[in-house]
Structure formats: structure tokens, C-alpha cells
Design a protein around this ligand. Structure first.
Ligand code: COA
Length: 322
């Protein structure tokens, strides 16, 4: 039994904010941002929400897969920026698309969220628990950015990406998977939640924003990601040369170049969306995959290595056959 991706979709907010736009409201420049990260612009929400972008990405993925909402029996959203504590974003998506037969829940594995969702769906599908899964990565990161911290806010954007994964007899789908966490280093990329709010304690009303030690995160990414990819490719019985594309989390062009170098893989095999999207945490991998799919880059039988990495710290890789 193979857990195969049979459709993809994505949704970006209508408003585009360029590096030059940011330079009008803070002390930064297109030169600083693009030379260090490869990011030129990002989409930020005005009216859109994490759930509304997710539902639109889901509709496009269902359309691409040629399935109806009633056929979906599992919805998992990887997100750290859902609109509500409860209901979950997945339950909101279920309601908005009319997937009345699905069980729906969110998971938080930060930038590895979509990859964790893929692995969970794969496990359910392999055991015949469910047949058709809608998995998403979706974020409204702009609401948890400190717009006075130029070292962090220029890196991130908003958006959602989706994939339909179906259990298919005789197909391969996910060939191998690796995932891991290192909670001890969680402080290098963190965002506080709500503070204690009971009558027994003095509470601080400070708002919670993402804070990051960029250089530590960079070191983590360029070490953990090639190692995880190498391990997954080997577990799939393949070599780096067998991989047609590496669809990785879109944090920074220099991280992608460094991973390519460490794997001795051609940079051309690492498609990018970060130039026009920035880093959208859990949404990065499915948005990139959808762009590749819609450009006709993905042909049946191709081997694609996917990897997400970030807050937690968390990381996850998969090798899939398209
Ligand atoms: N515009 C202009 N200058 C900025 C700036 C901005 N947006 N942000 C920071 N700077 C300044 C700093 O204040 C510092 O100035 P100083 O030397 O006068 O003190 C200088 O630029 C260098 O800052 P530094 O943080 O050392 O830059 P860096 O070369 O490490 O690059 C990152 C910063 C964030 C681009 C880099 O560390 C990185 O890519 N890290 C990985 C982050 C990431 O991908 N996170 C998500 C993973 S999921």
C-alpha cells in the first residue's frame, strides 16, 4: 500500500510587500535582505486568515486531485499560528470546505509541520485506518512578528499549502522518512504563548513575538538537514544522484546552497520559492511542491526528497515517488 500525493494546492495573501517597501518603514535595505537570504518579497495578510488561506489551498488541491470534500477522511494542519486556540485550524477547514466525513486536528512542529503531517497521514494510510488525507501547512506569521526587530521580521511571510494523500494499492508514494526533535535547543527560535492568568499570580501583559538566534539556527540547519536527507535517501535504497528534486523548507538561499554542497548535489535540483514568499514556516514545503506541480516539473516515477526544519527544534525528511 502506498501513500501517494495525488493533488496539491496553495494560497498566498493578495498583498505583496517588497524589501523596498520594508525599507520605507524600518532601517533595512533590499541589498541587506536579498544578499543574506535570497528573499525579495513576501505576501502579508490584510483580510485573509490562517483558516481562510488553508481552505482555499485545500479547494485547489481537491480540484487538482479530482476528488470531492466528502471523500476526505483525515485533515491535518501543521501550524504555529492558527487563528484560535480552539477550534483548531483543521476543524475550521473541515467546516469551510464541507469535509463532513473527516477527523480533523492541528499539529505544531513549526517549520517541519507539513512534513510531520505527511508522516502522520502516511502512518494512518499504511495501516488502512483512513484512505484519503488532506494535509496542510499554513501560517499567518506576520501576527507574531516584532515589527521593531528588523533581524527577524524581514525573513517571514504568510500563506498556506495543501496536498491530498491517498492510500493506493500497487503504488509507492512515501519511500522513506526521517524525523527528529531537540527540545534542549528550543530557545534559539521561540515564541512565548499566553502568560499565566489566574488570580494567584502577577501577570505580564507583554505580547508574544518570535525571537531567534539567527546564527545558531543557521548552524543547526546546515548540519541537521543534510544528515537527515542522507539518512532518508539511504533508507529508500537510493543515492543522492537518484533524486530528481530536493524540495526543502524555504528559510534562506544560503542554507539551500550549503545543503546542496554538503550532499554534493547540483543546486539546480533545489527549486526555490523564498524569493517571492519569504519563510512561511510549515507552509513553505507544500507551497513549493504546488508551484513545482503546476509548472509541470513533476513527472510520474520521479524521486523527490522533501525536508522541513525549524523551531522546537524539529526536522523531518521524506523521499517520495511522484
Ligand atoms: N537590515 C539591515 N541590517 C540588519 C538587519 C536588517 N533587516 N538585521 C540585522 N541587521 C544588522 C545587525 O544589526 C548587525 O549589525 P551590526 O554588525 O552593526 O551589529 C548586522 O546586520 C549583522 O547581523 P547578524 O545577525 O550577524 O547577520 P547575519 O550575517 O548572521 O545574518 C541572518 C542574519 C538572520 C540572515 C542569518 O543569521 C540567517 O539566515 N540565519 C538563519 C535564520 C533562519 O533561516 N531562520 C529560520 C529557520 S526555520
Amino acid at each position: 500500500m502506498g501513500a501517494k500525493i495525488i493533488g496539491t494546492g496553495s494560497c498566498l495573501p493578495a498583498t505583496v510587500v517588497t524589501n523596498d517597501d520594508l525599507a520605507k518603514i524600518m532601517d533595512t535595505s533590499d541589498e541587506w535582505i536579498s544578499s543574506r537570504t535570497g528573499i525579495r518579497e513576501r505576501h502579508l495578510v490584510k483580510e485573509e486568515t490562517t483558516a481562510s488561506m488553508s481552505a482555499e489551498a485545500a479547494r485547489r488541491a481537491m480540484d487538482n486531485a479530482g476528488i470531492t470534500a466528502e471523500e476526505i477522511d483525515l485533515i491535518i494542519v501543521g501550524t504555529l499560528s492558527a487563528d484560535h486556540v480552539t477550534p483548531s485550524c483543521a476543524c475550521e477547514v473541515q467546516a469551510q470546505i464541507g469535509a463532513k466525513n473527516a477527523v480533523a486536528f492541528d499539529i505544531n512542529a513549526a517549520c517541519a509541520g507539513f512534513m510531520f503531517a505527511l508522516n502522520i497521514a502516511n502512518a494512518y494510510l499504511q495501516t488502512n485506518t483512513y484512505r484519503t488525507a488532506l494535509i496542510l501547512g499554513a501560517e499567518t506569521l506576520s501576527k507574531i512578528m516584532d515589527w521593531n526587530d528588523r533581524s527577524t521580521c524581514v525573513l517571514f511571510g504568510d500563506g498556506a499549502g495543501a496536498a491530498i494523500v491517498r492510500a493506493e494499492e500497487g503504488s509507492v508514494g512515501v519511500l522513506a522518512f526521517d524525523q527528529g526533535s531537540d527540545g534542549v535547543k528550543g530557545g534559539v527560535l521561540a515564541c512565548e504563548g499566553r502568560s499565566n492568568n489566574n488570580p494567584l499570580v502577577e501577570t505580564s501583559k507583554e505580547l508574544a513575538y518570535v525571537h531567534m538566534d539567527g546564527q545558531e539556527v543557521y548552524k543547526f540547519a546546515v548540519t541537521a538537514v543534510p544528515y537527515s536527507l542522507q539518512k532518508t535517501i539511504q533508507a529508500a535504497g537510493l543515492t543522492v544522484e537518484d533524486i530528481d528534486y530536493f524540495a526543502l523548507h524555504q528559510a534562506n538561499i544560503r542554507i539551500l546552497q550549503s545543503v546542496a554542497k554538503r550532499l554534493k548535489a547540483a543546486e539546480e535540483k533545489f527549486p526555490i520559492s523564498l524569493d517571492h514568499c519569504g519563510n512561511i514556516s510549515a507552509a513553505s514545503v507544500p507551497i513549493l511542491l504546488d508551484e513545482m506541480n503546476r509548472k509541470g516539473m513533476l513527472k510520474p516515477g520521479m524521486k523527490i526528497a522533501l525536508s522541513g526544519f525549524g523551531g522546537g527544534l524539529t526536522w523531518a525528511s521524506a523521499v517520495i515517488e511522484w
